[in-house]
Design a protein around this ligand. Structure first.
Ligand code: ADP
Ligand code: MG
Length: 255
């Protein structure tokens, strides 16, 4: 049994006269502890797919199972990290990190101790009483990741979590995420539109294409970790993936 199974998942949005088929018969599976990147241009349904996995949006048809159970209104073993604005601005770092545990009825003493552990683990000791606006973008995303991990999810869903960060911070965050993933062994579904990021992070890259959103191809990344961007094999993999999304890029640039 895999941790995650999607079978022929479709989703259409209707806004007035406009009909958008965000996902057209998407099938996908992920093994226990696997790191999957969903890669594709804007509008190919990546966020929609993540919202469905998180139980935040229903699929129109098809089946989604996590650990063999259909998802309905969220799954107790899944946590989400969003790109930005994922934190409650009126709550301190500590309260933000405690939030998912509080929502699940974890008592105050345990919340505090688990939150402290994860705040330390992501390198934010000393910032417990700060508010999100007092932190850098990278620090805010570390708060979001700490919060997501406190409930020990078996499935971690991340929607372009590093998309708004500068290149150097982004690279630091990618390495930190891989360390956490290796420690906690969650299955990760990570959305990105960066080919470099996908090749650096993923066990398998699921390349999606737009209008309608479909899985175009799935590319396994065989390189051992830690991966080295200067390694010719890394560049070769980037080139292979770029080739596969080339048509979509051309389309976007109006060629
Ligand atoms: P991605 O994350 O890959 O950019 P999305 O899943 O956000 O793609 O969007 C897929 C398509 O569905 C896009 O054409 C988008 O405009 C449309 N869409 C997404 N969410 C909604 C919504 N709530 N209402 C109407 N259309 C939507
Ligand atoms: Mg998106």
């Amino acid at each position: 049994m895999s941790l995650l199974e999607l079978d022929a998942v479709s989703k259409t949005y209707r806004r007035g006269q406009e009909v958008v088929q965000a996902l057209d018969s998407v099938s996908l599976s992920a093994g226990f502890g696997e790191f999957i990147c969903l890669l594709g241009v804007s509008g190919c349904g990546k966020s929609t797919l993540l919202q469905i996995l998180a139980g935040l949006e229903p699929a129109d048809s098809g089946a989604v199972q996590i650990e063999g159970q259909p998802i309905a209104g969220g799954h107790p073993n899944a946590s989400v990290v969003f790109q930005e604005h994922g934190l409650f601005p009126w709550m301190t770092v500590e309260r933000n990190v405690e939030f998912n545990m509080k929502a699940r009825g974890v008592g105050a003493a345990e919340r505090r101790s688990v939150a402290r552990d994860f705040i330390n683990r992501v390198g934010l000791a000393g910032f417990e009483r700060r508010y999100p606006h007092e932190l850098s973008g990278g620090m805010r995303q570390r708060v979001g990741i700490a919060r997501a991990l406190t409930t020990r999810p078996r499935l971690l869903l991340m929607d372009e979590p590093f998309g708004a960060l500068d290149a150097q911070t982004r690279s630091i965050m990618q390495n930190q995420l891989l360390d956490l993933w290796q420690d906690y062994r969650a299955t990760v579904v990570f959305v990105t539109h960066s080919v470099d990021e996908a090749v650096f992070l993923a066990d398998r890259i699921v390349i999606m294409s737009p209008r309608p959103g479909r899985v175009r191809s799935i590319v396994p990344v065989a390189q051992p970790r830690p991966r080295d961007r200067a390694d010719p094999a890394f560049g070769q993999c980037v080139g292979e993936v770029l080739g596969l999304i080339h048509d979509d890029l051309r389309h976007l640039m109006g060629a």
